[in-house]
Ligand binder design. Structure first.
Ligand code: SF4
Length: 237
């Protein structure tokens, strides 16, 4: 299992919660704004030292709310992840940050009752934010919607993150995605940030579409109007 490391106590990975966060390598998407693209591409990754990880997880467990697994896309290594979760589920509730397009592996983990919380990005429009050809993006968006249905069917609490970009009409996609959410959830608006704060995969794309302005407030207003609880991450401060 390849990892780029873990952090024993983090206060920024799940809204309002303290987590022990593990980053797993690999990803099936190529998001142009991704600032974890080295992890997503499997660079700077090492085999997971499971014994040390579980040891540290055990000694930190009294301090944290969730064992949070992120990446990259953790479900790229779902078989090993499944066995890691089997070993760690007694220690802490588990939170998974996934792009929700690997529906089969997701369902296996849900069936095994390993997952207590999901965080996912609603990336809109997908043909822009997935960084893949149009047809592939369309297919992945359909899978994402199925992923939302699945999480709802299992009643898993959801942190629905929306990366806010500049220069796109994001609302129709958001509306479509929300129709598939039937579980306890809240929205976190993440304005996309680029240099100098991060080093995104595609700097040229980001100079055009990162650092949104009024888009953030507009989306917040629309979501609030329809009764959705919204938090905004302000990375510019
Ligand atoms: S933002 Fe997430 S889903 Fe997109 S490439 Fe990066 S790790 Fe993968």
């Amino acid at each position: 299992m390849l990892t780029s490391g873990w952090k024993t106590v983090s206060m920024v990975d799940v809204h309002g919660k303290v987590t022990f966060t593990l980053w797993l390598c690999g990803c099936n998407l190529k998001c142009p704004f991704c600032h974890n693209w080295r992890v997503a591409e499997g660079r700077d990754c090492l085999p997971l030292d499971r014994v040390t990880l579980l040891d540290e997880l055990s000694s930190s467990s009294f301090l944290v709310d969730y064992f949070h697994i992120t990446g990259g896309e953790p479900l790229m290594q779902w078989a090993e992840l499944s066995s890691l979760l089997a070993e760690s589920e007694e220690l802490l509730p588990i939170s998974l940050n996934t792009n929700l397009t690997l529906v089969g592996p997701m369902e296996r983990l849900l069936k095994a009752e390993f997952v207590d919380h999901i965080a996912t990005d609603l990336k809109a429009p997908p043909q822009e934010l997935y960084g893949l050809p149009q047809e592939a993006s369309k297919h992945l968006w359909e899978l994402f919607l199925r992923g939302l249905d699945l999480v709802s069917d299992y009643g898993i609490p959801l942190e629905l993150r929306i990366p806010v970009a500049r220069g796109f009409e994001q609302w129709p996609w958001i509306e479509e995605g929300l129709k598939h959410v039937r579980t306890d959830f809240y929205v976190v608006l993440n304005p996309l940030v680029g240099a100098p704060l991060t080093s995104p995969r595609d700097g040229a794309w980001c100079s055009e579409h990162c650092w949104p302005g009024e888009e953030v407030e507009k989306l917040k207003e629309k979501l609030t109007e329809i009764g959705i609880k919204v938090h905004v991450n302000d990375f510019s401060e």
